[in-house]
Design a protein around this ligand. Sequence first.
Ligand SMILES: Nc1ncnc2c1ncn2[C@@H]1O[C@H](COP(=O)(O)OP(=O)(O)OP(=O)(O)O)[C@@H](O)[C@H]1O
Length: 629
Amino acid sequence: MTTAVDERDDEPELEVPYWLKSSAEAASAGFWRMLRRLPRLLAQAWRLAWESSPRITLAVVLLQLAGGAVGAIGLVSVVGVLDGLLAEGPTPERVRAAIPSVLIFAAASAVRTLLSSAATAAHGRLSPLVSRAAELRLLELTTRADLAVFDDAAWRDTMYRARDRGTFASQSLVDQAIELGTNVIALVAAGGVLAVLHPVLLPLLVLAVVPTAWAAVRSARLDYRQRLRLTSLYRRRYMLSDLLADRDAAPELRAFTLREFLLAEVRRLLDTETRAHIRVMERQVWTTLAGTALGAAATGLTYAVMIWLLMTGRMELAVGGAAAYAIGTGIGALSQVAFTIRHLYEEGLYFADYQAFCALARQHAEPDTAGTAPRTFEEMRLDRVSFRYPGAEKLAVDGVSLTLRRGQTVALVGENGSGKSTLAKILAGLYRPESGTVSWDGVVLDDYRPDSVREGVAVVMQEPTHWPLTARDNITIGRYDRAAGQDDVEHAARAGDAHDFIVELPRKYETLLSRHFTDGADLSGGQWQRLAVSRAFFRDAALLICDEPTANLDARAEHDVYQRLRELAEGRTVVLITHHLASVRTADLILVFDHGALAEQGDHDTLMARGGLYAELFTLQAEAYSRSS
Ligand SMILES: Nc1ncnc2c1ncn2[C@@H]1O[C@H](COP(=O)(O)OP(=O)(O)OP(=O)(O)O)[C@@H](O)[C@H]1O
């Protein structure tokens, strides 16, 4: 086992990927450019907070302002205290003279503490509301995005970063902005008091904190840049780590004795990460050290100037005492300001990721067409439809024209990768063609709201999702807004050949289908498929698309499902994708695909007589069967 991390300089894995270059540029912004970004960040934080709760946002701001004003009163009262104590005369009299100012100081401290607690409570309410709003917005936009964009690696990376840190950054941005507000108000109060006490002290105070602020911002930038460079690497490692612990992958991992191979890969990725972390940490330590040293020198200069002012009689002793107190408060507040600016800037970078993803998601959102598609059609037509996956060179569907009619059973056949599943998704309204049109009874689908088109379609996917819901819900989500009695659910379950195994589950229809929860049950691949078929039956749609619905079914179940699908075609259109050509002999129309193009179409007899690709594939299968029987 490797315990030490090898030191290596060449890290090609840490190259910033091309799609993250703009974020990398943002992260390289200099100190002043960052300060110029500050107003925009504050405006964004304000908008986030205001959209989450105007009332609480206002409360936070007012409580902060009130706290700052009371703090200034407390600082000014120090002059009164010292004035009284340092005056001529016997000690009891001097103490007595200082008492009113002491009382003001004590009252101001108490009120300030109360106001600050109230501000903290309001802030505590605001934070989860901001986080909730950000999370919801992210999910709303993600689920509205065009399906095809999910095949784009750049999209997945942006989405990963937005989900990983971006949502949290929204809340943090508001938190840090509030923190900054509190500290700036305290600083303004201290600075105002100092300016009144002696004008030269104010610029010196600012000077004292500039190096600390510079170091804080530089550290934040180093940190962010590193995360940016590690994005792809993190994703790879998380995916591998998940697979190593995944129940479904566990048998294959052992069967192929993959453990050492995968562990070595995770170890290598972790080593790269660790090296990058250590390098950044070292640079941060040096940066902070330099900033603190320069800050300390500037603070020393401030006190030196004050001593000079006192010694040359340019400042009263009482004023000097109060100034020393105000400088202490001011430096504390200024350091906090620098610290929060760093965090604000850092969170701002992550928030920019969140915003970039939201913008991308809006750009790829499905069209918001007003037209609602009818629930059914007599004729569906595809006219020279082509489709290409994001980033792919070749067309997955190439200039396909065809017509489907109500009541028909249509089979899509062809070799692996010939474009059947892609075309099925186009028929289902899941992918929009790159060129060409899909129409229902002469109306192009682009004129309808995509969701309303899908209302008329039911799909059984090649790999149906294992929804962690009860058996009953796994069927009724086929049309979740329809009130369903037990009879309806059982009817669909019987149609999909799922009823018999469901009633054998520990809680029958109410059994939770997920092993991840106590008392949950899991199903075999074929049983999940039957459930998916039942769900599609329950949906009761004009167009039923089944992508290899029987791939995991035994011979009897397959025969039954096809029989029921044919019955279902009455008054509907059923599209089947299958490699089992014996099952499609009775289809009304067989569409044969080759390299994305529609090579042949017709019924079984026509296609056999033609002696083309279909005849070749069918004969091959038939021969294989007769040889094995
Ligand atoms: N998500 C994707 N991203 C990029 N290319 C894809 C994607 N899915 C499929 N393809 C490509 O598109 C082409 C058509 O694939 P499709 O899945 O439609 O074929 P198919 O006929 O259904 O294959 P099979 O019989 O194996 O299910 C293939 O070249 C495939 O590599």
